[in-house]
Design a protein around this ligand. Structure first.
Ligand SMILES: [Zn+2]
Length: 93
């Protein structure tokens, strides 16, 4: 399950962390904002809730794209650190 180690307005609040499901301490970090091509529009006077919602919506849009890269990172980690172990993650097939 993803974690959000940095909360808004932390400068790294775009970091989404996917720790190893076996709890070995490894984690795959994605910066959900850094690679955004489109600007995020935050209305003047937006509340923290509004901002959270806007970023949540953006995160969902990007989730599909991110998923492939995250799964690749996790597979590479398992191959390197946990050879022979099955990845206890849901696979969409
Ligand atoms: Zn691990």
């Amino acid at each position: 399950m993803p974690e959000y180690p940095y909360m808004w307005p932390h400068p790294r609040c775009g970091i989404v962390r996917f720790p190893c499901a076996l709890g070995c301490g490894w984690a795959h970090d994605e910066d959900a904002f850094e690679e955004d091509r489109e600007p995020i529009v935050v209305p003047v006077g937006a509340s923290t809730q509004d901002i959270n919602r806007i970023f949540n919506e953006r995160s969902q849009q990007r989730a599909v794209v991110l998923r492939g890269r995250i799964e690749t990172g996790i597979r590479d980690h398992f191959a390197a650190a946990h050879p022979g172990r099955e990845i206890p993650a849901r696979e969409a097939r």
